[in-house]
Design a protein around this ligand. Sequence first.
Ligand code: NAD
Length: 392
Amino acid sequence: MVIKPKIRGFICTNAHPQGCAAVVAEQIQYIKGLGELGDGPKKVLVIGCSTGYGLASRITSAFGYGADTLGVCFEKEPTERKTATAGWYNTAAFHTQAKDAGLYAETLNGDAFSNELKEQVIDKIKADLGQVDLVIYSLASPRRTDPATGEVYKSTLKPVGQAYTTKTYDTDKDKIHDVSLEPASEEEIANTVKVMGGEDWELWLNALSAAGVLAEGCKTTAYTYIGKELTWPIYGSATIGKAKEDLDRAATAINTDHADLEVDAHVSSLKALVTQASSAIPVMPLYISLIYKVMKEEGTHEGCIEQIAGLYTQCLYGDAATLDEQNRYRMDGKETNDATQAKIKALWDQVTQENFHDLSDYAGYHHEFLKLFGFDVAGVDYDADVDPVVNW
Ligand code: NAD
């Protein structure tokens, strides 16, 4: 099969196995290039391990610290006629490279919100690892089935309190236009908290602890985005921001509830960048295209792997952590500092349909977007016939 990108709105519905493998290899090379990282995790559970920040966490754990990794993801497997999702191919490529390096790597593909998957993970840890000493929580999902009631909750991306009109860039139509978003109802806010808040993170830690598979002093972190004024109306102060605030509550609860094991839970705030999750959020493609421009000019541009390498070496396993008043690790300072934000705001105010491609780094954004699915990767022959069926 010759595989070319099939883009529908903010998503690409297919993926290229060799391209995905090349992107995984690039991230592994980056981590290996950092050299000896010192003491770190040994047995790691990554929930949301197949793309974005979770994949970068898995790669950093394995290739930066030689850790055994057990991953959880929700990806579609390939058939003879249809490619897998990118996360499937990423995971297959990760497994190949980890095994070549003599590292344990197993992945369970299923619904992380379910009790069944949690039980499978516990059985796997008991059988293969004994205990885990780091749990990364990196899920991004539009819906969640409550395992206690079977009820399905959907998240929404809406402002809270009042309607909000702002510029956005429609990647599909190459158009800057205004978007007006009505405020969320109380129910929509509560549902978004139910999906993207801290409840499931807590349920994971409770289940792992009750099963005796958490090592003493186990670290755990869940990822958040805080941002600044430009994104607050649609992110930080919006429905998703309310869900992320709930992560702060959950971190405190986890530290209290598992104090006997000295579990160390923190929320980690990371910078905005192109992932499957962020490209679905209105305003984000425009905002990220502008920050790419500004931060590349400043020499501060980072992708998932650079952010996560920094999180591990400075915060999780280093002594240079920047902690905020909520006890969160902050890795977003290069984006959210006032000087950088002022430059982004100046561009934001000027940007129009006519000057968008000059003022922004949309070319860089689009390249990164295609790379998420294994496309536009140097050295990959996209005219070649490739077998979409790749397994791990
Ligand atoms: P992503 O879409 O790249 O990754 C999501 C992961 O979750 C994938 O591995 C996917 O398979 C898995 N997943 C989704 N639903 C699942 C389910 N039901 N069961 C099992 N696995 C499931 O997203 P991302 O951007 O890397 O986001 C990860 C976290 O980082 C999120 O909490 C997000 O809010 C946060 N974050 C993202 C950004 C950003 O700009 N992308 C910035 C800061 C923080």
